[in-house]
Design a binder for this molecule. Structure first.
Ligand code: FE2
Length: 428
């Protein structure tokens, strides 16, 4: 075994097994029981859950931490949020965006969130958001993987120079193509924008991540076009549909046709439960739609579904703290994914599945993977989500970047069964 820089001992893996994890030269070099080789540093996990880091495949880092500036969103709707962001945009500076984004990255890392896909608005001709987040990406790269999406917030065609600005942003190094077809002036423009953006991505060999059908309108069906273009252009597994909230309200027969088309196209999906649950249904009296897309049905159709954060303290969402366990907790409630197997899968959604959606190919706790991990004050994924467990230590790129003493929510309470015990007793 090559030289070990950091040895994490007594790690409980997500499958319940215990192992030591050896890290050398910023990579995981062994995951075995009782590693005896010498190490410069040792971190004893004490039998607690050790997970690959959390991953957020949907965020808006140019808007984060701007809550109340210049005013609050009174209606709570998507449309007022977009108007409010438009008011703020005129007064933004590159430095102010960087300061807020870097502060959020500190929050994220402290909570074991080490990879983020962030949309960046390209509708301001100055492109200072793009400049700022490209610089942030460079500065945080030693400990956080930041992937940027060129996002025409005010509409690819509805905003005068958005298409040209989007191409400029891609030329500057933004690596994913975004869109917002439901905000264009007409359904036809929306559909055309999906085709246009997918062709741009195909021509440049890029991934696509589109805000798609973020509405309660059952007739907003741009996801069908997105699946069609992914198949036509050979973009399978490189196209993600974010939100897809209209699917909540669609006709059931139509959805039964749509799901196999999405699966065939290799589309991935990212709902954003914290935000979907408060933005959607705002025009309803009662019954009031909850608006989140059909997560269980999408998964049952063989479609890869992750969970995204979307917003923290911005014109659309006045809460949030960058904790992906919070996101999974809300997601499983809204999707009614409350069996122990489904709760376990929700943990996978904020780790491995989200990493797959972002295309992170050296992610995980296997030999050869990038040395990123988090030690949680929990015994298993169920307990981690239930308690939104403390992150006791975070290792990023082979370095310990955050530690925390465990809080009073102790694991040492006597006679309290863990989910593993419960599963065992149920199966008897
Ligand atoms: Fe979003």
């Amino acid at each position: 075994m090559s030289s070990i820089d950091l040895l994490v001992t007594n790690a409980r893996m997500t499958d319940g097994s215990i192992a030591d994890i050896a890290i050398g030269n910023r990579r995981i070099i062994a995951v075995e029981r009782n590693i005896t080789a010498a190490s410069k540093h040792v971190l004893d996990a004490g039998g607690r859950l050790v997970s690959p880091p959390f991953v957020d495949p949907h965020f808006h880092m140019d808007a984060t931490l701007s809550l109340g500036n210049p005013r609050l969103n009174q209606s709570g709707t998507l449309l007022e949020g977009i108007r409010l962001w438009g008011e703020l945009k005129r007064h933004l500076t590159r430095e102010a965006i960087m300061e807020r984004a870097l502060a959020y990255c500190d929050w994220a890392v402290a909570q074991g969130l080490l990879a983020i896909r962030s949309h960046v608005d390209v509708c301001d001709d100055r492109l200072i958001g793009v400049e700022a987040l490209l610089e942030v990406k460079k500065q945080v790269s030693p400990y956080l993987q930041l992937q940027l999406v060129a996002f025409p917030q005010d509409g690819l065609y509805r905003s005068p120079n958005a298409r040209q600005n989007l191409l400029r942003a891609l030329d500057m190094g933004v690596e994913v193509v975004g869109g917002i077809p439901h905000f264009e002036r007409s359904m036809t423009d929306g559909r055309t924008s999906v085709t246009d953006l997918c062709e741009i991505a195909a021509g440049r060999g890029l991934m696509v991540d589109m805000h798609c059908d973020e509405t309660d309108d059952p007739m907003s069906r741009h996801v069908e076009q997105l699946a069609y273009e992914a198949s036509r252009l050979g973009l399978e597994r490189r196209v993600n549909g974010s939100h897809l909230t209209s699917m909540h309200s669609m006709d059931n027969y139509y959805v039964s046709k749509l799901l196999p088309l999405m699966a065939e196209a290799g589309l991935t999906v990212v709902p954003n439960p914290l935000v979907n649950i408060i933005i959607q249904g705002r025009h309803d009296t009662y019954p009031k739609r909850r608006g989140m897309t059909r997560v269980r049905e999408l998964i049952a159709a063989g479609i890869k579904v992750g969970w995204g954060q979307d917003c923290v303290l911005d014109p659309w969402y006045s809460l949030g703290c960058g904790d992906m366990l919070d996101v999974a907790h809300m997601g499983l409630h809204v999707a009614q994914m409350t069996s122990l197997n489904e709760i376990h899968h929700c943990f996978e959604m904020i780790t491995q599945v989200n990493a797959d959606i972002m295309g992170l190919d050296d992610y995980g706790l296997a030999r050869g993977c990038r040395a990123d991990l988090v030690i949680l004050n929990a015994r298993d994924p169920h307990e981690a989500i239930r308690l939104r467990a403390d992150r006791l230590a975070v290792v990023a790129n082979g370095q310990v970047v955050a530690t925390r003493q465990k809080s009073d929510t102790s694991l040492d309470l006597p006679n309290r069964p863990s989910a593993t015990d419960l599963r065992w007793s149920f199966s008897r």
